[in-house]
Design a protein. Structure first.
Lengths: 133, 107
């Protein structure tokens, strides 16, 4: 580990849009920001995993286009969350370096709406299945 | 200099590293699940791609995390790599679902 730790010191820190502004913040805040980004990544991953599981479920029997559609949407949503994790990290790190108030998570309202919509769709699907039997 | 970490009782670097390991593990598991699903659904090419991505991503991420430090230059690149892996997995998952829909339409 010791020789590995020295390797990247010569490089310029990227992205420049973050490290080119402000002053070095307390490392704890920066690390907390990184963990936040990782938690968002795992949230996106959970959506993708749910989508893949739903695809498996849909493949039992004669195929189910509705479930496949929901699965594809969940996967796309997971990918969007992964990108949002990156952009959110960048915005928060910039705010930390500039001493500004932390920005509110932009993707959170969208995630809440999407999960609620997903739940409603699945409830509607179950009811339709029960009624048409 | 790294301010805030001298005598830090919160073990912040360790917590962050554990968070990284959780994420890398989750991405690898996700890729393997996608691979198995693709295999089950009869898309061996997608399955192989997902499995290869899982192995390559795991190796690459672990190698890069060796250089991880609170002030290292590689922090952004490894974060971007992890996000890219999740996006790739999302594309594979969506492709599986779309392939399933097409199979249902043209049996």
């Amino acid at each position: 580990m010791s020789e590995a730790a020295e390797a990247p010191q010569g490089e310029e820190r990227r992205p420049r849009s973050v490290y080119g502004v402000g002053t070095e913040p307390d490392a704890r805040f920066s690390l907390a920001n990184e963990r936040t980004a990782l938690a968002w990544l795992r949230t996106g991953l959970a959506l993708v995993a749910g989508g893949v599981a739903l695809t498996t479920l849909a493949s039992f029997g004669a195929g189910n286009m509705f479930l496949d559609l929901v699965a594809a949407l969940a996967c796309v949503g997971g990918g969007v969350l992964a990108l949002a994790a990156l952009s959110g990290w960048r915005r928060r790190e910039r705010a930390l370096r500039l001493g500004e108030p932390l920005p509110a998570p932009r993707i959170l309202p969208a995630l809440v709406v999407a999960v609620a919509l997903f739940a409603l769709l699945m409830v509607a699907y179950v009811i339709v299945q029960l009624v048409t039997g | 200099m790294t301010t805030g970490l001298d005598g830090d009782p919160g073990a912040q670097p360790q917590r962050t590293m554990l968070s990284w390991h959780r994420t890398v593990l989750a991405v690898t598991m996700g890729a393997l699940v996608a691979s198995m699903t693709a295999q089950r659904l009869g898309h061996p090419v997608l399955s192989g791609l997902a499995a290869l991505a899982a192995v390559a991503g795991l190796g690459g991420a672990l190698r890069r995390l060796r250089y991880w430090q609170p002030t290292a230059a590689s922090r952004w690149s490894v974060l971007r790599q992890a996000a890219t892996a999740v996006v790739a997995l999302a594309v594979i998952g969506a492709a599986l679902a779309v392939a399933n829909i097409l199979d249902t339409l043209n049996p």
